[in-house]
Write a new protein. Structure first.
Lengths: 488, 484
């Protein structure tokens, strides 16, 4: 920890304002079929090619709950350290729209499947615990396409009926940075659990943002506005910043905030009113009579709990305790499931600290430079592991290793082969090293004299000369030892 | 040999098996009587050509399998039938042809039956007189200008007039039992969950149940057996073995305890209904049953409760008829105008009335006072029955507070129309099985029915008791086919 302090406040003319943020994240359940039908859920399919009679609400069609989606949301709930409700209810949320074939969305209103939980954020100023209010399951709607024809709207029902988890946070977030960390952490947890792929571009993760402001020190929450469906973290942050400033300006002008739903305009970076509280839909929620209340057995929860993978927070603890990694390193290594998988592959039979250094140092530098994710890494975990093992065994020096690493990036080459082919194996035979040292010393007789007359700084120069002659292959430790004897 | 179309379902199945007559002969007989029945307006869609072809193919088979082998059946136009227009009696679905077959009709076809046609009904099964159908009123064969009851009015008239050997209807608040009572036929509403709702145009999901409508109790047992069963496509369907109702059917009901609920003796009930009820009690006593007076104290709340719960569910169930995907679509300058025009033109008055009531009772600010309270009262009504059934095996009541009435009599007075279901509605709210069995005539020679209510999944007992009544009442439909 750096000892930094939280410092995100909106500076108004009349003092500092605190920003209060709550998120409603819609996470698409990772499942092969929809929440109440057996239609596939693959992204990017031909429009209306993944639609069953249930999804387009033909007369007499009935929903049947997809048990896998239930288990996925229970797992997510467990990952959020949340209370799993053994009894929950599916309700109908009634409204008319062309891409809502039933005329209602099946959702959970008063009795969600998952109750209160928490997400831990690691901020530069310390750890923040963000409360989860609830997680409920609901159906996604279809998609209305307005720009394909001047007179008609087209409807694609591929998404209609796809399972979503709506994860509602408590109003515990205080800055765009915390929102960023929260979404990333949530996404990371769900990716570890394999319950949501978290792909924001494909719409698998979307969020509505609730923003209000209050004077620093004030206890009461201000009136909030909801910003709908912002589909990237960056836009979310910009929208919050804009919206908070707008509210502060209004309040400092002694004007009121209207509780309303607002839309974020990505081009203008502003939010504008979509509908006021008075215009809000009356969704006429009531329990869906086509579905029985959902009753889960404790044994199912226990079974899922047992099968739960190690999650980032626990993994981090273990890396710090058992692998002697720093808090900072551990945090980076667990931030994404793919990174921790990579690390855990590399450390098989290998030094952990060194592996961590290589991953967070050399490898990340390359990934950053080439703008690649770890799953696209040009060097596989297996080959990096081999490279590190060669350093530990003394077969190559750390310096040579860096050159080899450079060459490995071309098509994930095997470091063993590079070393063998180019004869880069470290010279660790004392007799051979003695020969090279003699060579180096006889080339620099004047400097040897100077050294012997007290200019001991020259020791490093001799080492360099020896390494130069050996093309870097001489074992530096042995060079040091033998050189010291020779120069006596 | 008398006319084949006079035969009961059971006789027809047996006759075909014994080769007394062929499936084709049977089918032709019902087609012939149906073709002469235009005045009754029972059919919305006739599938006669296809039925004849199916019958011909059936007759070529070596052995006849199935409970309903070789017998054609016309069904209420609320069951989705593959490649056959399914309208629910509404303009909004006047052109709708499903690509799928309802589970219940499919069960019938699996037992060797095939489709004769689709029968008229109240629009979306909302009505008690079959006067709300977009396809016109159905006439009761017991008298011109007489309603057949509703909503399964076309079905009831078709059975009474020998236009189909038997039929299936749906019952949300009495839609099988009330028309059965009005037409001198037998109609049974099974326990909620006994028959699959998959593929049936929904009215009120927590109340809807399909059931048999037949000429006698024996047929009723047979048809119930054929149509029942668990269906994984309906989450409210119950996974429970179907009884062999036919083979277990017996009029031996000695020692069974029958409850007579005092709350069903309503004000202004015609004397004849009271007399019929007493006669029913005597029949059952004669059969050795023990009569017990019982109380179902929340009965008077059943009708208002029903008219909150059913419209609430209907308002949501009918939201899908919006002109976007199938069925009738009106023009409009934008989406919402199109919705408004489609639904204004597509739905009739009664359906609109119930959508409005349902929307109102679910609205924020009214939900607790109406919908939530109704759900609580519904539970109390259920509890009444549960308590009563601790001491008794079945309950006997009249099926309806009156005999069939004249068309137009109640059409403009919804409340008096709704009161017609006063004896049938509580049973749907409780999810229990109940049957209406014809037990006599009133002074105008109009049939009257008695209702037997059973414990959940104990259809057998009410079938047996009905058989005991049927034998003693010696009820016969004596009708000249004045309509043909």
């Amino acid at each position: 920890m750096t000892g930094k302090k939280f410092d995100y406040f909106i500076k108004g003319e009349k003092g500092n304002w605190e920003v209060i943020i709550g998120l409603e994240v819609h996470a698409q359940v990772l499942s092969k079929s929809k929440l109440f039908s057996s239609s596939p859920t693959k992204f990017g399919a031909e429009p209306n090619s993944q639609v069953s009679l249930v999804d387009c609400a033909f007369p007499g069609m009935l929903p049947v709950i997809n048990q896998f989606c239930i288990e996925q949301s229970v797992k997510t709930g467990l990952g959020l350290k949340a209370k799993i409700n053994l009894d929950s209810v599916f309700d109908r949320k009634n409204y008319f729209y062309a891409d809502l074939p039933q005329g209602y969305q099946i959702s959970q209103y008063k009795n969600p499947i998952v109750g209160e939980g928490e997400v831990i954020l690691d901020m530069s100023y310390g750890t923040r615990k963000i409360g989860i209010e609830r997680l409920h399951l609901e159906q996604d709607a279809g998609k209305s396409i307005h720009d394909m024809d001047p007179d008609n709207t087209f409807v694609d029902l591929n998404r209609s009926g796809v399972a979503l988890m709506e994860i509602v946070s408590k109003p515990d977030l205080r800055s765009p940075d915390e929102v960023n960390a929260y979404i990333r952490k949530l996404r990371s947890i769900m990716r570890y659990l394999e319950t949501c792929d978290g792909n924001m571009q494909e719409g698998s993760l979307r969020a509505d943002v609730n923003v209000s402001v209050r004077k620093v020190g004030e206890k009461k929450f201000g009136t909030r506005c909801e910003i709908k469906n912002v589909n990237s973290i960056k836009f979310m942050q910009m929208a919050i910043e804009y919206e908070a400033r707008r509210q502060v300006e209004l309040l400092e002008d002694n004007k009121q905030i209207d509780q309303e739903t607002r839309l974020y305009d990505t081009k203008k970076n502003t939010t504008r009113s979509m509908r006021s509280k008075e215009d809000a839909h009356d969704y006429r929620y009531f329990p869906d009579p086509d579905l029985l209340p959902l009753n889960l057995k404790q044994s199912l929860i226990d079974k899922l709990k047992k099968k739960l993978p190690e999650l980032p927070d626990e993994k981090k603890e273990r890396f710090i305790k058992e692998h002697n990694l720093s808090y900072y390193e551990a945090n980076i290594l667990v931030s994404e499931k793919e990174i921790s998988n990579y690390y855990e592959e590399v450390i098989k039979g290998c030094d952990k600290k060194l592996a961590s250094n290589w991953i967070t140092g050399e490898l990340f530098a390359v990934l950053n430079k080439k703008n690649l994710s770890i799953s696209q890494s040009p060097v596989s975990a297996k080959n990096l592991s081999t490279l590190i093992k060669m350093i530990i065994s003394g077969k190559i020096s750390g310096k040579i290793a860096k050159d080899v690493f450079e060459k490995m990036q071309d098509n994930d080459k095997d470091p063993q082969q590079i070393v063998d082919k180019e004869g880069l194996t470290q010279e660790s035979n004392p007799k051979e090293i003695e020969k090279i040292i003699s060579q180096a010393l006889s080339k620099n007789k004047d400097k040897v004299t100077q050294y012997k007359s007290g200019k001991e700084k020259l020791f490093g120069y001799f080492v360099g000369e020896v390494m130069k002659i050996s093309k870097g292959k001489a074992n530096p430790q042995l060079v040091n030892e033998i050189l010291k004897v020779k120069l006596k | 040999m008398s006319n084949i179309s006079d035969f009961t379902l059971t006789k027809l199945v047996a006759g075909i098996k014994k080769k007394d007559f062929t499936s084709q002969e049977v089918t032709e007989s019902f087609i012939s009587s149906s073709e002469k029945s235009k005045k009754l307006n029972t059919y919305i869609t006739q599938c006669f050509d296809k039925a004849i072809n199916t019958a011909k193919n059936f007759d070529k088979k070596k052995d006849y399998k199935g409970l309903l082998a070789g017998v054609p059946i016309a069904v209420k136009d609320l069951f989705c039938t593959k490649n056959v227009k399914t309208t629910a009696g509404s303009k909004i679905l006047h052109n709708f042809v499903p690509t799928y077959e309802s589970t219940v009709t499919n069960n019938l076809w699996s037992e060797g039956s095939f489709l004769l046609g689709k029968l008229n009904c109240d629009e979306f099964a909302m009505g008690s007189s079959n006067e709300t159908s977009f396809f016109g009123n159905v006439t009761n064969p017991f008298g011109d200008k007489l309603v057949p009851g509703g909503s399964s009015g076309g079905s009831a008239s078709a059975v009474a007039a020998n236009l189909t050997p038997a039929t299936i209807g749906t019952d949300t608040g009495g839609s099988i039992r009330q028309p059965a009572s009005f037409t001198g036929t037998v109609g049974l509403k099974p326990t909620y969950g006994r028959c699959s709702r998959w593929g049936i145009v929904a009215f009120a999901s927590s109340l809807d149940q399909a059931g048999p409508m037949t000429k006698n109790v024996e047929d009723c047992a047979l048809l119930l057996q054929a149509m029942s069963g668990y269906d994984s496509k309906d989450s409210t369907s119950v996974d429970r073995k179907v009884d062999n109702y036919s083979s277990k059917l017996t009029e031996k009901v000695k020692g069974l305890k029958i409850g007579i609920p005092k709350e069903y003796r309503v004000e202004n009930m015609p004397n004849e209904i009271d007399k019929l009820w007493k006669r029913g009690i005597d029949y059952l006593k004669d059969a050795g049953a023990v009569i017990k007076n019982i109380s179902l104290p929340h009965t008077k709340y059943a009708l208002p409760t029903y008219y909150i719960v059913a419209p609430a569910e209907a308002s949501s169930n009918l939201a899908r008829y919006d002109g976007v995907k199938y069925g009738h679509r009106s023009k409009g300058n934008n989406l919402f105008e199109m919705y408004e025009n489609t639904r204004s033109e597509g739905f009739g008055d009664e359906v609109k009335r119930r959508i409005l009531i349902g929307t109102y009772v679910l609205s924020s600010g009214y939900y607790d006072a109406y919908y939530l309270k109704a759900q609580k009262v519904r539970q109390l009504i259920k509890n009444d029955f549960d308590k009563a059934f601790n001491d008794i095996d079945a309950i006997l009541t009249p099926s309806t507070p009156s005999a069939a009435f004249k068309m137009g009599d109640k059409k403009d007075d919804p409340v008096s129309m709704y009161l017609n279901d006063i004896f049938t509605v509580p049973i749907n709210l409780a999810g229990l099985p109940a049957i209406s069995v014809p037990a006599g005539y009133d002074k105008n020679d109009l049939p009257l029915g008695l209702q037997l209510i059973g414990k959940a999944f104990d259809e057998q007992t009410i079938l047996n008791l009905s058989l005991a009544i049927e034998k003693r009442a010696n009820f016969k439909i004596k009708l000249k086919a004045w309509w043909s």
